[in-house]
Design a protein around this ligand. Structure first.
Ligand SMILES: [Fe+2]
Length: 148
């Protein structure tokens, strides 16, 4: 192998390793978090029907203080997504600054797609909420949080 071939292989390897890190993170929680494409709202001012039904919603208290606990409520859909045997939300998960911070698995017939977590953050953080619909795939909403 000459130097040119080595550089080409190294470049190809880098390309493979630089897969969208969000896809890799989607697999961190194991079963159900496959390498599915993550869907997000494209234009917040004009949601499609699928976006209205699947984009995770994040509800926060009006005031969040650094280091103080607060309750975060996550839900799926502007009107709650169905939870029937054939069409349901499999799980809702939370990441804080790209670290897994919580996950709730749901079951049709028992749960609505609404979960809560009590959190405590020390400073600015990026929240990512993901949910997985058995028919419509993986969806994410991101929120930059600034306590204080
Ligand atoms: Fe769905």
């Amino acid at each position: 192998m000459n130097r040119r071939d080595f550089v080409k292989i190294a470049t190809l390897s880098t390309g493979v390793l630089s897969l969208d890190s969000s896809l890799v993170r989607a697999a961190e929680y194991g079963a159900g978090s496959t390498l599915a494409e993550i869907q997000r709202v494209k234009n917040p001012g004009k949601l499609s029907a699928l976006e209205k039904k699947h984009a995770p919603l994040i509800r926060l208290p009006e005031k969040i203080l650094p280091g103080q606990p607060f309750d975060l409520q996550l839900s799926v859909g502007q009107t709650l997504h169905p939870m029937s045997a054939g069409h349901y939300i499999d799980y809702i998960e939370l990441y804080i600054d790209q670290q897994p911070a919580g996950r709730c698995e749901l079951r049709p017939g028992f749960n609505d797609p609404v979960v809560s977590f009590r959190l405590r953050i020390e400073g600015p953080a990026v929240l990512r909420v993901r949910e997985y619909c058995n028919l419509h795939g993986l969806w994410e909403t991101r929120l930059d949080l600034q306590p204080g």
